[in-house]
Design a protein around this ligand. Structure first.
Ligand code: ADP
Ligand code: MG
Length: 265
């Protein structure tokens, strides 16, 4: 009897491994013991195991989505102080967090000076989208252009484009910090036009629209890019002083006064 039990346990473990059910593999003995104590029937036992596997599978998928999105940091809306940035439309951002804009293939444009929370909000929206099961990828524009140029040189541009077109949401951070070359702008434009038909884009920029020609190297390309980006688009403007600067000033103030008292003499 003991022998059969051991044999069936080993076989069960093998089958669960082959069927790729790691949570069932790890938990079945514990759940079986608990169900026996609670006098639960076989179906209830199986249901509990399946639920555990499903919950864990969804958690693993969410982790994978977050990892492959390559966010620069984990910023959420809970940590965003709207009082410090009253120019940003809190109602609209809270609504966008629900992610319906992705179903409608709408874009989001975050415009404002450096340090006003654009990357923070874009990241929070991206993390929320991952949580809704969307495929997201975050790029700094310069990083994407470099990858596109390298892919072109290595003749793997098609592959990269295909990967990008499979995303639900593409986040392009910091358009406008560094001017792109003619080839770079064209490659970027190509990504934006493809995304325009298939997926949503979030673009953050410090540049007012009239200055986009400076970074996209040609007026024709700038016009065409803006045309695509701003069609079906939510524009969020963050004005005012840099949060970093304000935060640094605020943190310095008390230190300075106490230091000056001790240091002066
Ligand atoms: P931008 O992309 O506009 O240059 P960031 O989003 O990188 O600005 O913001 C700079 C830093 O300040 C980040 O660490 C960000 O989390 C923080 N920050 C900016 N605005 C806020 C805010 N309103 N509430 C909380 N943190 C903020
Ligand atoms: Mg930024």
């Amino acid at each position: 009897m003991k022998k059969t039990e051991t044999k069936s346990t080993v076989l069960l473990q093998h089958h669960l491994k082959t069927l790729k059910l790691p949570t069932m593999l790890a938990e079945h003995e514990k759940v079986a013991a608990r169900c026996a104590t609670d006098n639960m029937d076989h179906l209830a036992f199986l249901l509990q195991l399946c639920e555990l596997e499903l919950i864990d599978r969804e958690r693993r998928a969410a982790d994978r989505r977050l990892k492959s999105a390559c966010f620069p940091n984990h910023k959420t809306l809970d940590a965003f102080d709207f009082k410090a940035q009253p120019s940003l439309n809190k109602v609209l951002i809270t609504e966008l967090m629900r992610g319906e804009y992705i179903d409608k293939r709408e874009n989001i444009l975050l415009v404002g000076n450096s340090g006003t929370g654009k990357t923070h909000v874009a990241t929070a929206l991206g993390i929320a989208a991952c949580g809704h099961g969307r495929r997201v990828r975050f790029f700094q524009v310069t990083e994407l252009i470099t990858q596109l140029m390298e892919a072109r040189e290595e003749r793997v541009l098609m592959r990269l484009r295909k990967q990008l077109s499979k995303l639900d949401l593409l986040i392009l951070d910091e358009l406008g910090y560094v001017p792109a070359s003619k080839v770079g702008s064209e490659l970027l434009f190509d990504v934006i036009s493809t995304a325009y038909e298939r997926n949503s884009l979030i673009v953050t920029t410090n540049l007012p629209f009239e200055n986009w020609t400076e970074v996209l190297s040609s007026e024709r390309l700038t016009g065409a890019t803006l045309d695509r980006l701003t069609h079906r688009c939510h524009i969020l403007e963050a004005s005012g002083e840099s949060y970093r600067l304000r935060d640094a000033k605020r943190r310095k103030r008390p230190v300075r006064s106490s230091q000056s008292e001790t240091k002066t003499k």
